[in-house]
Design a protein around this ligand. Structure first.
Ligand SMILES: Nc1nc2c(c(=O)[nH]1)N[C@H]1C(S)=C(S)[C@@H](COP(=O)(O)O)O[C@H]1N2
Ligand SMILES: [Mo]
Length: 262
């Protein structure tokens, strides 16, 4: 009975604070989150966490982003963020048409593996014409083809304790006056979503360098900054707290929301 009382109070508390940034402190119902992963608990109690939970609650996990037709492609995909990578490592790979490129996938997986572009192209593929929304306020429609991220995950078998997919990228970017490697992350729900692909073509041509060659992720239910370009490796993790600034991505470390649902 006592337990029930607490849970009703917490539910009321939850309804009252929904939409604000008040913490869900003191609710024993949510303590399981603290036991498993402290930063997740902290995240879920933030305003961004509420948006994320509400969207997942109201819309479910399986809805598809709108897809368009060839006729809707009215202009080229506008390159944004990093559009060229000057490192020696990347230049060497690019000069050789990325024939020596290998995507390494590791972290909390049963079978760490690496894949050449040819191997990725021989896996199942998905083509989709979708709208890219940048947080800066512009949108473009483009056609993307690539291997579903879920197919890659099936090969490496994420361990039960993994929660997030982290993309480590080839480009270096400025953060507080220092040079850091661009990175991003999504959860396993988005990672396994049918429209989440590792794209290697754009508008029927090999992915241009400006748009993230040789491989960039498409996460169609979120904003452009969540779609890491120039992917070098993928890491499965249980927590984002130990990676760079601890907020799950370069843009997130600069203050952007981790969940950028559209
Ligand atoms: N590695 C990397 N990925 C990135 C960025 C970046 O600077 N570096 N910019 C992001 C932003 S803000 C946007 S809008 C899209 C731009 O993709 P596009 O160049 O294909 O338009 O890439 C995202 N992914
Ligand atoms: Mo963006």
């Amino acid at each position: 009975m006592r337990q029930q009382g607490i849970s009703r109070r917490c539910l009321l508390g939850f309804a009252t604070v929904a939409g604000s940034s008040l913490a869900l402190a003191g609710c024993s119902n949510f303590d399981f989150l603290g036991d498993r992963d402290n930063d997740v608990r902290e995240f879920l109690s933030s305003a961004n966490g509420l948006t994320y939970r509400m969207q997942r609650l109201l819309l479910g996990n399986t809805w598809l982003a709108p897809e368009y037709t060839e006729a809707d492609i009215r202009q080229a995909q506008r390159p944004n963020g990093t559009t060229a990578v000057g490192t020696e490592e990347y230049t060497r790979l690019a000069n050789d048409g990325f024939s020596a490129y290998r995507l390494t996938v590791g972290g909390l997986v049963e079978r760490p593996a690496s894949f050449s572009l040819a191997e990725l192209r021989n896996m199942p593929s998905r083509t989709q014409i979708t709208r890219h929304d940048c947080v800066e306020g512009w949108s473009t429609i483009a056609k993307w083809a690539g291997v579903p991220l879920s197919a890659v995950l099936d090969q490496v078998r994420p361990r039960p304790d993994s929660r997030y997919v982290v993309f480590h990228c080839f480009d270096n970017v400025q953060s507080d006056g220092a040079e850091v490697q661009f990175y991003g992350s999504i959860d396993l729900v988005d990672a396994r979503h049918p429209q989440t692909i590792l794209a290697y073509t754009m508008n029927d041509a090999p992915l241009p360098v400006a748009n993230g060659a040789p491989l960039r992720v498409r996460v169609e239910r979120q904003l452009g900054y969540k779609m890491s370009k120039f992917i070098k490796s993928i890491e499965l993790v249980s927590s984002l707290a130990e990676i760079q600034g601890g907020h799950g991505g370069y843009w997130e470390d600069q203050g952007y929301d981790w969940y950028a649902g559209i």
